[in-house]
Design a protein around this ligand. Structure first.
Ligand code: PEP
Length: 254
């Protein structure tokens, strides 16, 4: 049976008080699509205000520190996200892996810290263009998944219901280039195998999202691909006008 789809927006470093009305508009319009889980991951400083603007709507962070407290200037812990009203967080986005030099092991520890604290997690993985062109995309992303997957207390508490993977080819993020349905299907099937190898039958319940230039025009085709259980959406999540049709496409997916 198909898993309930999750459509999550990643606002990246966008969002001021003046954008709270947009968050409210997205939350209100999403109520018509109860068969889809919808969330917005906003800058940490906006989480509390977003929660007040859209009570009951799932608001998340975009990163979390692996430690509970301590001397980590500028960082945000899982408890802080929860305290601000977040119910989920992204970890391992390629922009952080690249700009903040986050490794698979860092991402794994962040995912574990979030799951232990009872935050849902969207863990991002994906290949560069060079790797895709060298024909090594599937093997590379599978290895990245294996090395980033949470283990231990957090994993047993959080897999699979509160844990999702986002396959995001780096060359498709913010570029308008989208992976083909057959490439997405091949990758998601390969990732499903690795999830089952890691978690047994429970691996079939972990949602695998696609991310990379998803928009209202291509969403239905992407959601029709086997093992695509939702989307992580960047640019098109910033307005209700673009994001809500993506949620609607998820609601009508086969
Ligand atoms: C993202 O940032 O995770 C993303 C997929 O961005 P975009 O949809 O803009 O490509």
């Amino acid at each position: 049976m198909a898993l309930k789809k999750l459509v999550a927006g990643n606002w990246k470093m966008n969002g001021l008080s003046s954008d709270l009305a947009e968050i409210r508009a997205i939350a209100e319009a999403s109520e018509a699509y109860r068969q889809v889980d919808v969330a917005l991951c906003v800058p940490a400083i906006l989480i509390e205000r977003a929660g007040r603007a859209a009570p009951g709507f799932a608001i998340g962070g975009q990163d979390v520190h692996e430690a509970e407290t301590g001397a980590h200037t500028g960082c945000v812990s899982a408890q802080m996200l929860l305290d601000a009203g977040a119910v989920l967080t992204i970890v391992g986005h390629s922009e952080r892996r690249e700009a903040q030099h986050e490794t698979d092991a860092d991402v794994r520890r962040k995912a574990e810290a979030a799951l232990v604290a009872d935050l849902d997690v969207i863990l991002c993985i994906g290949e560069s263009l060079d790797i895709r062109e060298a024909g090594a995309a599937v093997a590379t992303v599978q290895a990245q998944l294996d090395a980033s997957l949470p283990h231990g207390e957090g994993a047993s508490a959080g897999v699979p219901a509160s844990f999702a993977i986002a396959y995001e080819p780096i060359w498709a993020i913010g570029t308008g280039k989208v992976a083909s349905p057959s490439d997405i299907g091949e990758m998601h099937a390969a990732l499903r195998k690795r999830l089952v190898a890691a978690y047994g039958d429970a691996g079939n319940e972990v949602r695998i999202l696609y991310g990379g230039s998803v928009n209202p025009s291509n969403a239905a085709e992407i959601f029709a691909v086997d093992d695509v259980d939702g989307a992580l959406v960047g640019g098109a999540s910033l307005t209700a006008e673009k994001f809500v049709p993506i949620v609607a496409a998820a609601a009508s997916a086969p």
